[in-house]
Design a protein around this ligand. Structure first.
Ligand code: FE2
Ligand code: ZN
Length: 390
C-alpha cells in the first residue's frame, strides 16, 4: 500500500511538472492536488479551434482518445495552443479528478485484456474489420438509409408490435463471413486456452466482437445506420444521440445456451440480427416497454409478441422493451447484437421523473389518472347542474 501510494504521488508530481512546463503556466509543484485544482475548462467552447487527434495515443492515455478531442475546445487560451502532449496531460489531470479509482482500474484492465487479444489473434476475414456498406447490406436497406426519411425507412420495415421494427439488413455472404470469423474466434480461444469475457451475465457462449477488433466497424454501423433510424423511431430514449455501443454475438443450441430469460438490455436501442445457421425454435418474445419502476408490472394483451428469426433480418427495439428468447430446440443459432447507448440520455434520465412517453405502464397510469379526473369533473358538473335545477 505504501509502495503504491508513494509511486502514485511521484508520478503525479512528474505529471504536474510536465504540465507546468508544457503549458507555460506557473504553478506550484509542491503537491499534485494544488496543481490540479488550478486546472479549469472554459464554460463555452472555442468553436474556431481545430482539435488534435489523440487516436494514436490510445495505448498510453487513460481515457478514450475521442474524449480528448472533444474537450480540447474547452481548454483555456493559455493551454489550447500548447503541444499535444501538454494538452493531453492537462485534460488527463482534470478527467482523473472526476473518475472513481475502481472504474479506472477496471477500464485499464479491460484495455490490457483487449490489447492482448489484438496482438495475438489473427483475423480470418480482414474485410470485416472496416465498413464496406455495399458488401455488408442488402440494397433495399442501403437505399432507405440513403434517402433518410421516415417514409423510405417504413417502406422496408414491418412493425409487428408498437416499437419493434424488423427489416432485411445483412447480405447472406456477409452473414457467412461473420459466422466464419466467429468460429475462428472460438477456435482461437480454445487453442490458446484464453479465458474470454462474455458479453453479459446471461450468455455463457457469446463473444464480445469489440474485444476482437471489430469495434471500429460496429461504431460505424451504429453511427451511420442505426442512429439515423433511431433518430426517427426512438427519439424519446436518446435515439438521436447514440454515442457508444457494446457489440457481441450470442450462440444458442443444445450444447450451448439454450434459451434466454426475460430481461431488459443495458442499451437505449438494441439491434439484433440473426446470422444463421440451421435451427428450429429460438423465437424472441416481447412483453412491452417499461421504466425501472415498472419493470415487473403485468403485460397488457396488446404488448404480447412472439417473433421467429430469419437469417439476415434485423430486429430493432428499445433496450427497455422487455424480452427473452425461447429454447433453440434443434441446430445452432448465432445472432449479432449491438447495444447502442446514449450518454446524453443517461445523464438526462437522472433528472427525469415522467417516463410516460415510452413506458407502457407510465402511459397506462397517466391515462387512468386522466380518466379519473374527467369522471370527477363530469360528476362535479352534473352536481352543479342538479343544484341549479332544484
Ligand atoms: Fe436482450
Ligand atoms: Zn414506467
Amino acid at each position: 500500500m505504501s509502495v503504491d501510494g508513494s509511486f502514485d504521488r511521484r508520478r503525479e508530481q512528474t505529471q504536474a511538472i510536465t504540465a507546468a512546463n508544457g503549458n507555460g503556466v506557473l504553478v506550484s509543484t509542491s503537491t499534485a492536488t494544488a496543481m490540479v485544482s488550478t486546472h479549469r475548462l472554459k464554460l463555452n467552447p472555442n468553436t474556431e479551434h481545430k482539435p488534435d487527434s489523440y487516436e494514436d495515443l490510445s495505448l498510453t492515455l487513460k481515457f478514450n482518445p475521442l474524449l480528448f478531442s472533444c474537450l480540447e475546445r474547452y481548454l483555456p487560451p493559455s493551454i489550447i495552443s500548447a503541444s499535444r502532449d501538454s494538452k493531453a496531460q492537462f485534460m488527463s489531470d482534470i478527467l482523473l479528478k472526476y473518475s472513481p479509482e475502481g472504474e479506472r482500474i477496471r477500464a485499464q484492465r479491460h484495455k490490457d485484456y483487449k490489447q492482448k487479444i489484438i496482438t495475438n489473434y489473427q483475423q480470418r476475414h480482414k474485410e470485416l474489420y472496416s465498413m464496406h456498406a455495399t458488401n455488408f447490406f442488402v440494397p433495399s436497406f442501403l437505399k432507405a438509409i440513403h434517402e433518410n426519411t421516415e417514409e423510405s425507412l417504413r417502406s422496408i420495415m414491418a412493425e409487428p408490435a408498437p416499437g419493434i421494427f424488423t427489416f432485411d439488413m445483412l447480405q447472406p455472404q456477409f452473414c457467412d463471413m461473420l459466422l466464419e470469423e466467429v468460429e475462428h474466434i472460438y477456435k482461437w480461444v480454445c487453442d490458446t486456452n484464453c479465458k474470454i469475457m462474455r458479453p453479459n451475465t446471461m450468455n455463457k457462449f457469446g463473444a464480445v466482437l469489440d474485444d476482437f477488433g471489430l469495434d471500429n466497424m460496429l461504431d460505424k454501423l451504429m453511427e451511420d445506420f442505426i442512429r439515423p433510424i433511431s433518430k426517427i423511431f426512438f427519439p424519446e430514449v436518446g435515439g438521436t444521440t447514440l454515442d457508444s455501443h457494446h457489440g457481441f454475438v450470442v450462440q444458442y443450441g443444445l450444447d450451448k445456451d439454450v434459451d434466454l430469460g426475460f430481461h431488459v438490455d443495458d442499451a437505449e436501442v438494441t439491434l439484433n440480427v440473426c446470422l444463421g445457421t440451421e435451427f428450429s425454435g429460438g423465437e424472441l418474445f416481447f412483453r412491452g416497454v417499461r421504466c425501472e419502476k415498472h419493470v415487473n408490472t403485468e403485460t397488457q394483451a396488446e404488448e404480447i409478441l412472439d417473433y421467429s428469426h430469419v437469417p439476415g433480418r434485423a430486429v430493432l427495439h428499445r433496450g427497455r422493451h422487455r424480452h427473452g428468447a425461447r429454447a433453440t430446440t434443434n441446430g445452432k443459432r448465432i445472432n449479432l447484437i449491438l447495444w447502442c447507448r446514449s450518454s446524453v440520455f443517461r445523464e438526462l434520465k437522472k433528472y427525469q421523473k415522467d417516463f410516460s412517453s415510452w413506458c407502457g405502464e407510465c402511459q397506462r397510469e397517466k391515462k387512468e389518472r386522466q380518466q379519473l379526473s374527467i369522471s370527477a369533473t363530469k360528476e362535479e358538473l352534473l352536481k352543479k347542474d342538479g343544484e341549479s335545477a332544484s
